[in-house]
Design a protein around this ligand. Structure first.
Ligand code: FBP
Length: 272
């Protein structure tokens, strides 16, 4: 971890990364709950919300859409990724170089998925080494999608697996490790301690209701996470702006979940 390397993707030391690589990782099915989100412009518009500190996309989406948002949105270029159609051991193709991300796309940070526990872990870690060192040379922050999975991993959200993933972020030189929530605030706190000084952001996961989602985010922040990297829990909602307002309150304004819920329509309905 290089002190300050995550500055470009934080606001007052906290971050909310809007992840939008789902078209590659999961396919168009992820856009079905909110069909206009198939259009990346919808996401870049959300990226202009004050709460969003960076938008994470693959190279092709950045090439097609980022120019119009370069003034208002910080770009995190996700360098590797694989479709859900791939049936082999978990692996992730390097789709974009660090130099291309920095010089052609205008990225401020890069993202890289590392599947510890897969048969391809050694090759992925070697690739991460090349990417991490190139990112240093280009002054780009490094976010590791630290997702243990594959034959070596029976339960990918077990506390010991998640703290191991977080620690790998530190060991391999990530500035930020993006990890799944390990089920409790204590386990999240332990994972954050194991990663330090590498920062930790919580991965959003599949869509849950407003209260459950905000409670998990709030627990993660209280446990020491720097913030959140989230996709479906924002863009699959009927009103993504509202949940961004609520997340801004929890992540940046130390609001309680009750206070944050005031930003959502669920609260408005309850008041009627
Ligand atoms: P979500 O908040 O929608 O879970 O997005 C976070 C993310 O890491 C995305 O960047 C990625 O596309 C997706 O999750 C991968 O999910 P998984 O590999 O668990 O299916």
């Amino acid at each position: 971890m290089l002190p300050g390397a995550d500055d470009a993707i934080t606001r007052n030391g906290k971050s909310l990364i809007l992840a939008y690589d789902h078209g590659l990782e999961h396919g168009p099915v992820d856009f079905e709950p909110n069909p206009e989100t198939a259009d990346a412009e919808t996401i870049f518009e959300l990226g202009t919300h004050d709460a969003v500190t960076a938008v994470a996309v693959q190279k092709g989406v950045a090439e097609a859409f980022y120019d119009d948002y370069a003034e208002d949105v910080t770009l995190l270029a996700k360098l590797n990724g694989t479709s859900n159609l791939w049936m082999g051991e978990p692996d992730s193709a390097l789709n974009c170089s660090v130099a291309y991300a920095a010089e052609e796309l205008g990225a401020d940070a890069i993202g890289f998925t590392l599947y510890a526990g897969t048969n391809g872990e050694v090759e992925m870690a070697e690739e991460f080494r090349r990417v991490q060192e190139a990112a240093r040379a280009h002054d780009l922050g490094v976010v590791m999608w630290a997702y243990p999975r594959g034959q070596g991993v029976k339960n990918d959200t077990k506390p010991g697996v998640i703290s191991y993933a977080a620690r790998m972020g530190l060991e391999l030189g990530a500035d930020v490790a993006k990890i799944k929530y390990p089920g409790s605030a204590d386990a999240m706190a332990h994972a954050c301690e194991m990663a330090a000084p590498t920062k930790v952001v919580m991965s959003g996961g599949s869509k849950t209701d407003d209260r459950a989602f905000l409670e998990t985010v709030s627990d993660a922040i209280d446990a020491g996470a720097e913030g959140l990297a989230v996709g479906r829990n924002v863009f699959q909602r009927d009103n993504p702006q509202e949940i961004l307002d609520a997340l801004e309150a929890v992540i940046f304004e130390e609001a309680s979940v009750e206070e944050a819920l005031e930003h959502t329509s669920a609260a408005a309905v309850a008041d009627d």
